[in-house]
Design a protein around this ligand. Structure first.
Ligand SMILES: O=C(O)CCC(=O)C(=O)O
Ligand SMILES: [Fe+2]
Length: 213
């Protein structure tokens, strides 16, 4: 339920225009963007709790590579366990999906991308697992346009590993640590990226803004 309160009480119930512009400019100047504190500490903690409960219940499954009937499990290439989000599964997930929908509308407004929807899953990388360098666009489906990852891990330190490492064309690699509340965005078809192994559990929400097919 929505009760009257100031913007400070509810950070990012609505994204500020300034934040939307910063994200759009980063994406189109550099092909990626990092926004710390994109989720409030409360929302990030609620999503982390939900993810941990789902892991404990065995609800996350080993992720495959490839699409549809061609999916294969290759832990040497990709070691995460995932669960796709459904609208209405929890207040926290709905809040997150609502924020991403605002971002989708803002990106369409500024850049005429025609982004139509957003799909997202929880991801859990057990210690030592990784995801080798890849692009997020499938060979036979070019709908995925912008990738978004939100991290759910408190007190993450560089020595824990687990960075998202991006490889912008012609530039030095960039690393983003999976710290709670942080958002990483990049162009799905153009940014090769990988997940480095970590020494502790690595929880996140990965998602894709898709354009009309
Ligand atoms: O968790 C990350 O930092 C990136 C995940 C990823 O590349 C993917 O799920 O396709
Ligand atoms: Fe990816």
């Amino acid at each position: 339920m929505h009760t009257a309160s100031s913007a400070q009480d509810e950070p990012h119930t609505h994204l500020s225009e300034e934040l939307e512009q910063r994200i759009g400019n980063d994406l189109f100047d550099h092909g990626w963007s990092q926004q710390d504190g994109f989720l409030s500490a409360d929302l990030s903690a609620a999503l982390a709790d939900e993810c941990r409960a789902l892991i404990a219940a065995g609800a996350l499954k080993k992720a495959g590579i490839g699409r549809g009937g061609e999916q294969t499990i290759r832990p040497d290439i990709r070691g995460d366990h995932i669960l796709w989000l459904r609208r209405g599964q929890s207040a926290a997930c709905d809040h997150y999906l609502q924020l991403m929908d605002q971002l989708r509308v803002a990106l369409n407004r500024s850049f005429f991308l025609g982004l139509e929807d957003y799909e997202s899953h929880f991801a859990f990388y057990p210690p030592g697992t990784s995801y080798q360098t890849h692009l997020d666009r499938f060979r036979d489906d070019d709908k995925r346009t912008i990738s978004a990852v939100i991290y759910l891990n408190d007190a993450w330190l560089p020595e824990h590993g687990g960075a998202l490492r991006m490889h912008p064309e012609g530039k030095a690699a960039v690393e983003v640590l999976p710290l709670a509340g942080r958002l990483a965005l990049f162009l799905s078809a153009r940014m090769p990226h990988e997940v480095l192994p970590a020494t502790r559990d690595r929880l996140s929400l990965a998602g894709w803004f898709r354009r009309r097919g």
